[in-house]
Design a protein around this ligand. Structure first.
Ligand code: FES
Ligand SMILES: [Fe+2]
Length: 384
């Protein structure tokens, strides 16, 4: 590692001291190729990454294909009803067997020499391979990743020897009991590409302070940037903060308590996953690096299934269009701003800035980042 990268890592490690600095990350944290390589290995090679809601993988044959920090990932709903996660890189000569995106199929046929793989990643057939005796088709399969479904949210881990995710989310699970996640239904979804480093998108999602700047007409009336924010970050790799709403929500289906009616609850699962519950709507988001300066923003909105009963196909479609165009508008507000921030990271005048007391969760995100970057191999989740 170069002296500059070591110095950068030491600065990030500073967030783990007893008195962490209330400062933003050093600008080089968003532009250092060496740090990005380290993130690929230490963060994205070993963390649970939220990639979809189960409604996007509801039927055997459904699949979602994406990249996580330059690593191709394919997740399928198998014939057995279970989820499978794997690398889609063909075992013959490295052609990806599927494009990134989503779809439905009963098998994956490599476009190069037509080897075929099942939904579980096992080789089904390979043309003209019989006379190569060294090749054992029964042992040939796409390499597996770990996948876990947690109350409808699909998480992938590129390290399939890793500990299960659910025990680490038990505290958040308790917090979300009244939102009845298992009865929630996806009513809109989106995948966008933002031209910024993933941490610029994630730190932005960890604070409501920017709402006064980026969302003056859309979010500021309901969750003003000045709102009280309180943070609880005593769950390893996950945290909860809540923001007081201008007006309490009046739920019709969910048994929300007074605090739940009065707040937007935001949950983060390091490194990229976020669930934001306000009244009877819940928005999930995941900001996943495509490269050092491009981020895929995946997300969707959920409501209690009971609210949809009796709605016609046309009404559901109209609802979906409304949800997706609203999300596109909010996302565009963030994207425009964050892409401008990205353009500043290489400036000679870019510098660490002082954070506001309205941004406590940003520091928690930096602390998790530091823990992940500094953890030794095999250590997960690591002591807090
Ligand atoms: S690379 Fe896939 S069949 Fe040849
Ligand atoms: Fe925003």
């Amino acid at each position: 590692m170069s002296p500059e990268a070591s110095e950068l890592l030491a600065e990030i490690g500073g967030y783990l001291t007893e008195d962490p600095p209330a400062l933003s990350l050093p600008p080089r944290a968003f532009a250092s190729d060496e740090l990005y390589e380290l993130e690929r290995h230490k963060v994205f090679g070993r963390s649970w990454v939220l990639i979809a809601h189960t409604d996007q993988l509801s039927t055997p044959g459904d699949y979602v294909s994406l990249t996580i920090a330059d690593e191709l990932v394919l997740v399928t709903r198998g014939k057995d009803g279970g989820l499978h996660a794997m690398s889609p890189i063909c075992r013959h000569r490295m052609m990806p067997v599927v494009d990134t995106g989503a779809g439905h199929t009963d098998r994956f046929t490599c476009p190069y020499h037509l080897w075929r793989y099942g939904l579980d990643g096992k080789l089904i057939g390979a043309t003209y391979m019989r006379r190569n005796e060294a090749f054992d088709p029964a042992a040939c399969r796409l390499p597996a990743f770990a996948v876990e479904e947690w109350h409808g949210f699909v998480f992938v881990n590129l390290d399939d020897t890793v500990e299960a995710l659910a025990p680490h989310l038990s505290r958040i699970e308790n917090d979300l009991v009244n939102y009845r996640l298992d009865e929630m239904v996806l009513v809109g979804e989106w995948v966008e590409e933002w031209h910024c480093n993933w941490k610029i998108a994630v730190e932005n999602a960890h604070e409501n302070y920017h709402v006064m700047g980026f969302h003056p007409e859309t979010l500021e009336p309901s969750t003003p940037g000045r709102s009280d924010t309180d943070l609880r970050d005593d769950t390893p790799w996950a945290l909860r903060f809540r923001i007081r709403l201008t007006e309490p929500q009046q739920p019709t289906v969910l048994p929300l308590d007074d605090d739940e009616k009065a707040h937007l609850y935001d949950f983060f699962v390091f490194p990229t996953g976020s669930l934001a519950a306000a009244g009877e709507t819940l928005i999930w988001l995941s900001m996943i690096p495509l490269s050092i300066d491009r981020t895929q923003v995946r997300g969707g909105m959920l409501v209690p299934g009971a609210q949809l009963q009796g709605m016609s196909e046309a009404e559901l479609k109209e609802m979906r269009e409304g949800v997706e165009s609203y999300a596109a508008m909010i996302n565009a507000e963030d994207r425009r701003g964050l892409e401008a921030v990205q353009r500043s990271v290489g400036s000679r005048f870019a510098a660490r800035g002082h954070l506001s007391p309205k941004e406590p969760a940003v520091i928690s995100f930096y602390q998790n980042l530091a823990r992940a970057l500094l953890r030794s191999d095999g250590e997960w989740p690591g002591a807090l």
